[in-house]
Ligand binder design. Structure first.
Ligand code: NAD
Length: 404
């Protein structure tokens, strides 16, 4: 089916035709296996939800080893141009090339396309083994800033000329008393990047009627970076008027009862939030946080619902969105039709929701626990689910289609 381009209004609102062109990057290693299992699931969900009316026109863009074999480039300029032009893509894992090319293709994509929010929904699917007593209480979405903080990569080794020069400057000019043998890392955080991330999280919460957004930070210790993130968060919340309130206003203005249709903005110190998501998970719906905190809490929460490489993810900016499996390319399993395709399939459901095709996404969310309950599982889950039958990567995808 010939497709049409996804466009956006001048206000940034996505315009999705019934036959949108959606790009896919197969990925390296097991990428081909999980993509082959994922595509039929997504197409079947769309067909079941909308019949002949809607269909995705998948179009491949080259990246990684497949691109290198064909073009001698791991990330051809044409691929970046296509991603900018067509806006939405589903991506398998990419191996970081050793001894040449980009340092990391994934980081390159995020930087070049300014995909400033790393979004990781964390929810529990019945049947998945979890270390929690009540994992079903966890239903959160993490918005992690993707472009700055300690991840900006500005650091120098201990005793390097750069570190020594900087330490000398800090000690003599700015009154610090740093050990001259220290290694140095820089933590840049800007108002612009913090605010756009928090704005995206609040917008999502308002549009999806999620009860709260929590700013996760370490502002008691890092006052002018993490502390500023918190302050900027309250400033962004004010842009939303009565649609967002905060815990201070809740007590003074609303006598402890959040008005219907209003999102509650909370803020929690990072260490405290790690306790809270274990002890009181039902109180947290959306978490907005700087880059490094986001890295830690994403994996910790994924583990709480069973981890196992099933977590989906997306990297989203104002002009482009790439949905991707959160695990790597697991080269030793490549081509065996063995690994679990769920991470890529659930990233596909995020993509469907991003297009506004929530009905199709819901069919997959419903099919997953049914498939597991029927004892159908790939090797990683089968060994943890007594009585289940180990099936291949593609057979698991077919199992999902049968249970839609
Ligand atoms: P990995 O996630 O590829 O594999 C680690 C282990 O996790 C595997 O041995 C396997 O036991 C398990 N696993 C991974 N995917 C699975 C699946 N779908 N189903 C079941 N089990 C699965 O991590 P790694 O070995 O550290 O990295 C391999 C390559 O992937 C590296 O080149 C790395 O740079 C790259 N990588 C890419 C991404 C990405 O594209 N976003 C993310 C992480 C790693």
């Amino acid at each position: 089916m010939a497709g049409e381009k996804i466009t956006a209004t001048s206000g940034g609102e996505l315009q999705v035709p019934d036959n949108p062109i959606v790009l896919f990057i197969e990925g390296d290693g097991t990428g081909a296996d999980i993509w082959a299992a994922t595509r039929p699931v997504l197409d079947a969900a769309v067909a079941k939800a909308y019949g002949q009316q809607r269909q995705i026109a998948w179009q491949e863009v080259l990246a990684g080893e497949k691109a290198f074999k064909q073009t001698r480039s791991y990330m051809p300029v044409e691929s970046l141009t296509a991603l900018r032009e067509f806006r939405v893509a589903l991506k398998g894992p990419l191996t970081t090339p050793i001894g040449g090319g980009f340092r990391s293709l994934n980081v390159t994509l995020r930087q070049v396309l300014d995909l400033y929010a790393c979004i990781r929904p964390v929810r529990y699917y019945t049947g998945v083994p979890s270390p929690m007593k009540a994992p079903e209480l966890i239903d959160m979405v993490i918005y992690r800033e993707n472009t700055e903080d300690l991840y900006a990569g500005i650091e120098w080794p201990a005793t390097s000329p750069e570190a020594q020069k900087l330490i000398a400057f800090l000690n003599t000019e700015l009154g610090c008393s740093l050990d001259p043998t220290a290694a140095i890392g820089i933590k840049p955080m800007t108002e612009r990047c913090s605010k756009r991330l928090i704005r995206m999280a609040l917008k999502y919460a308002v549009e999806q009627s999620r009860a709260s957004v929590t700013l996760m930070h370490k502002g008691n210790i890092m006052k002018y970076t993490e502390g500023a993130f918190q302050n900027w968060g309250y400033e962004v919340a004010a842009e939303f008027g009565d649609l967002v309130t905060n815990e201070g206003e809740l007590a003074t203005r609303y006598h402890g009862v959040v008005p219907a249709g209003t999102v509650l903005l909370k803020d929690r110190l990072a260490d405290n939030l790690f306790q809270q998501v274990l002890l009181r998970p039902a109180e947290y719906q959306v978490i907005a946080t700087p880059n490094l905190n986001g890295d830690y809490i994403s994996d910790a929460l994924a583990a709480q619902v069973g981890g196992l490489g099933m977590a989906p993810g997306a990297n989203i900016g104002d002009h482009c969105a790439i949905f991707e499996a959160t695990h790597g390319s697991a080269p030793k399993y490549a081509g065996l039709d063995k690994v679990n395709p769920t991470s890529l399939i659930l990233s596909g459901t995020m993509l469907l929701e991003y297009l506004g095709w929530g009905e199709a996404a819901a069919l997959i969310h419903q099919a997953l626990p049914r498939t597991l309950a029927a004892g159908i599982a790939t090797y990683d889950l089968a060994r943890l689910l007594p009585g289940s039958q180990e099936v291949s990567c593609s057979a698991f995808g077919q199992g999902l289609i049968e249970h839609m």
